[in-house]
Design a binder for this molecule. Structure first.
Ligand code: THU
Length: 160
């Protein structure tokens, strides 16, 4: 038996003013996407913004449904918007933030497993990592180098 470790590196910032300006700006765009969230059931709003290599920014927000399992996550809405606009574009970063109508969220907003899988697919398609910038409604910001680092031992097309 051999045991090995898989590491996720996280760069933690105490305040948006310490972030590289591009990431601070992208987080601002993600926050502005919260106003497009449709979350009458969970009252939990998620905003995402993706920055493309050509400088464009595309946004997404979660879209809920009375049939709960078909709710759309903000990250995949943002990715879908970006890749519909620029099908061969390269995503360099995605910022994600949240707003809970009942209380502040101080933990950085981690994308769900399905969204990590969807972002990973784009990393494989474009053969380049996507930086993830995560913040709750307040508090510290995490920057993570790629979806791959957030999804160790992930599934990909090489198995097919
Ligand atoms: N949600 C997202 O938009 N992204 C995630 O990564 C996790 C969850 C949404 C789905 C649903 O509308 C609400 O948050 C509560 O789960």
């Amino acid at each position: 038996m051999k045991e090995f470790e898989i590491k996720t590196r996280v760069q933690a910032y105490e305040h948006t003013s310490q972030l590289p300006p591009l990431y601070a700006q992208l987080l601002e765009e993600a926050r502005s996407a919260l106003s497009s969230s449709y979350a009458p059931y969970s009252k939990f709003h998620v905003g995402a913004a993706v920055r493309m290599k050509n400088g464009k920014t595309l946004k997404g927000a979660n879209q809920e449904n009375a049939a709960y399992p078909i709710c759309l996550c903000a990250e995949r809405v943002a990715l879908g918007n970006a890749l519909t606009e620029l099908p061969h574009g390269q995503v360099i970063a995605m910022a994600i933030t949240v707003q809970n109508d009942h209380h502040e969220v101080s933990a950085p907003a981690a994308p769900c497993g399905s969204c990590r899988q969807a972002i990973l697919e784009q990393e494989i398609k474009q053969n380049a990592p996507i930086k993830l910038i995560l913040q709750g409604s307040i508090g510290k910001i995490y920057v993570i180098n790629s979806a791959k680092e957030m999804l160790p031992l992930g599934f990909d097309g090489s198995y097919l």
